[in-house]
Design a protein around this ligand. Sequence first.
Ligand code: NZQ
Ligand code: ZN
Length: 389
Amino acid sequence: MLNFNLQVPTRILFGKNKVDELGKEILKYGNRVLLVYGGGSIKRCGLYDRIVQILNEKDIFYAELSGVQPNPRITSVRQGVELCRENRVELVLAVGGGSVIDCAKIIAAGVMYDGEPWDFFQGKARIGKALPVGTVLTLAATGSEMNLTAVISNEDTDEKIGVGGISLYPRFSILDPALTFTVPPHQTAAGTADIISHIFEQYFSPTPGCFVQDRMAEAMLKACIYYGPVAIVEPENYEARANLMWTGTLALNGLLSTGKNTDWGVHQIEHVISAIYDVTHGLGLAILIPAWMRQVLNEHTVVKLAEYARRVWAIHGDDDFAVANLGINKTEDFFRSLGLAASLKEIGVEEGRLEEIADQATADQVPLGSFGQLSRNDVLNILQAAYSA
Ligand code: NZQ
Ligand code: ZN
């Protein structure tokens, strides 16, 4: 296990009707808010009305930025920054999934920066100070509600890039699992796949001796495998939604990556694909993961992949390669059982652009990933396998 520092400042308010505490939390930071949300799901389920009622009851001023798209765009960030400045906003309140939260984080940092917010993503500026961010989470997936990362797309350049900064940690996040009852089956499946992928990116590590992190990771994987299908069939099953929601948060709040090198190769490849094709993030990951596992399986990685198969899928056998391969097949079958597409072809990726995607995914980092150690051609192999899976 490697040395590490861990400090996660986000206050979590978890459970039924926790949104009732929203006003009190906001007033710790001020009484002027930018309310950021997506394409309307919060209006359809009545959450918008409840939030507006709370803001009015507490005399909290609010401006609104609506229409933040999945794979949030830098143009929404620019609009939000302007609204914050015009209205002297003191806290950015994100109500939605990872896209809304990520957009809110960069708005919060953009307000405190004199230049153009895309500078953060081009390495021209570092995230410095930011307005406080609060969140009401409506979708279990990214973990953005308790981490320092934000991923933004630029529609002009077909880029999708993540940045991080201590000031981006939400000050508070309200996690009421009942707010995810309305998440449709496909989005529930994609969210579950995203959570699983976050766990994999940290679990499949070359660093030995992280027993406690690995057993926590396996418990989280089992939670996704058990409760993901339940939430799809019974969308209002509180136990399933609660376990998925808390797993999603824990999977990417820094806990699982303590003391180890992490991989993030699959995420890097998926971000290139979703920048070009506007693919649902978790769906792209689910298609790539089995191909990535098969590509990275070798004499160095087999012990870990076999350990995964044994501990998570209860596969027995003495031959590590055979056991690891069965575990990979199980993983692939699981994603398909959630109703997720199995190949890049099915989601509209063009075969003629796979080389370009491999180039972009490895433009800044070769080898890509610490467990996988992918060359540019390894990435191309993964893309070709995932294309016609
Ligand atoms: O826009 P609305 O109408 O709200 O609908 C959304 C959207 O269409 C809908 N939705 C959300 N909550 C709902 C709901 N529909 C019904 N009922 C509800 N309660 O779901 C759709 C997808 O929302 P989105 O926020 O895009 O999903 P997700 O949470 O998966 O976020 C994905 C984004 O986060 C990034 C991804 O790359 C992608 O851009 N990521 C952010 C990370 C981070 N900040 O740490 C890490 C991740 O690896 C990821 O890269
Ligand atoms: Zn992800």
